[in-house]
Design a protein around this ligand. Structure first.
Ligand code: F6P
Length: 366
């Protein structure tokens, strides 16, 4: 079936590069004579048009995508609340349950004469995209996350920007840590994978890196700080992934609400408190949090995002369906969504970045 009209959706936490994907995809589509529609905030624009003054669906024209390549965020909005596969829905008796609304999405897309969907998102959004594909929608996914935890692609856009910014922050913390002879604990995002913490910690020459893949022993970290003290290094920098956990323990959760993933947080504060107790050294925590998701994408992320956006349209043009575009250097290739979703790419314990860190004398608290 030939394509006349496509829809674009951005879902989950935003990542620098989303607008670059939109721009490349829309240009490539317009060049083929296709019409492009942006769905506001994931699939909310489709499911809840009454919430939007413009009806929730916006035409994406060459005008609307002008000058957005370098902008963070997403011009069509995103959400990580109300997963349409688990939409919080109220029963008549007032209680809530999670309802699968993917059938409704397929119907609504067809009603809007949408021939194909480009879904730009992380594991959650791509799992929804796969469900829509299985229900008859023509779908191509574009992998996005600052966490870099998506399988079957070497990298996702947003990750490089997040690591570059976090490394800059660690660089800045060195001087103040040394001036005050403190331990500085820097907590970074990444969910259940330690990619951001690992790459930031190695690039920023941290003394300790704590990642979910290597549960830590607080005594080992305290020992590292004492050793540094003995050598006359009266300050230390510790990079902690938000998903880091102690040996025999679990990661720190702030909250779990219906229809959304659990919120992580507090890992850095726990490490800082326990270290201060153990070493007697003044210890401060900096949580970088959402700062890692903002700002201008690095050149690396822009290029990946532009390549992914254009490749998604080429894939549709070539008749591909139910696939995700993925970076397999030096090229972009297609991987079935089924193979890319519902799994997580965590840091392999024998990867050379971990080996490098150990060779540099960085402790993982193990
Ligand atoms: O998945 C991206 C991510 O930034 C995670 O690193 C983090 O745990 C989560 O999103 C935070 O999401 P929210 O926007 O709900 O705070």
């Amino acid at each position: 079936m030939s394509i006349k009209r496509i829809a674009l959706s951005t879902g989950g936490g935003d990542a620098p590069g989303l607008n670059a994907v939109i721009r490349a995809a829309v240009h490539a589509a317009l060049n083929r004579g296709w019409e492009c529609i942006g769905i506001r905030e994931g699939f909310n624009g489709l499911l809840f048009p009454e919430r939007y003054s413009d009806g929730g669906l916006i035409p994406l024209t060459s005008n609307s995508i002008r000058g957005i390549t370098h902008l963070g965020g997403t011009i069509i909005g995103t959400t990580n609340k109300g997963n349409p596969m688990k939409m919080p829905t109220q029963r008549e008796d007032g209680t809530w349950y999670e309802k699968d609304r993917t059938d409704d999405i397929v119907q609504l897309l067809k009603k809007q004469n949408i021939d194909a969907l480009i879904s730009i998102g992380g594991d959650g959004s791509l799992t929804i995209a796969n469900a829509l594909f299985k229900k008859g929608m023509r779908v191509v996914g574009v992998p996005k996350t600052i966490d870099n935890d998506l399988d079957k692609t070497v990298i996702t856009f947003g990750f490089d920007t997040a690591v570059s910014f976090a490394t800059d922050c660690v660089d800045r913390l060195h001087s103040t840590a040394e001036a005050h002879q403190r331990v500085m604990v820097v907590e970074v995002m990444g969910r259940y994978a330690g990619w951001i913490a690992l790459n930031t910690g190695v690039s920023g020459t941290a003394d300790v890196i704590l990642i979910p893949e290597i549960p830590y022993d607080i005594e080992r970290i305290a020992e590292k700080i004492r050793q540094r003290e003995a050598k006359g290094r009266h300050f230390s920098i510790i990079v902690v992934a938000e998903g880091a956990k102690p040996k025999g323990g679990t990661h720190s959760v702030v909250s779990k609400e219906l229809g959304r993933a659990e919120r992580l947080g507090g890992a850095g504060e726990t490490v800082a408190r326990e270290l201060q107790e153990k070493t007697g050294k003044e210890t401060r925590t900096v949580v970088l949090g959402h700062l890692l998701r903002g700002g201008t994408p690095t050149t690396f992320d822009r290029l990946i995002a532009l390549r992914f956006g254009a490749a998604a349209v080429r894939a549709l043009d070539e008749g591909q369906n139910g696939i995700m575009v993925a970076l397999d250097p030096p090229t972009v290739r297609y991987v079935p969504l089924e193979q890319a979703t519902n799994r997580m790419k965590t840091v392999p314990l024998d990867c050379d970045t971990i080996l490098t860190a150990r060779d540099l004398g960085i402790s993982f608290g193990d």
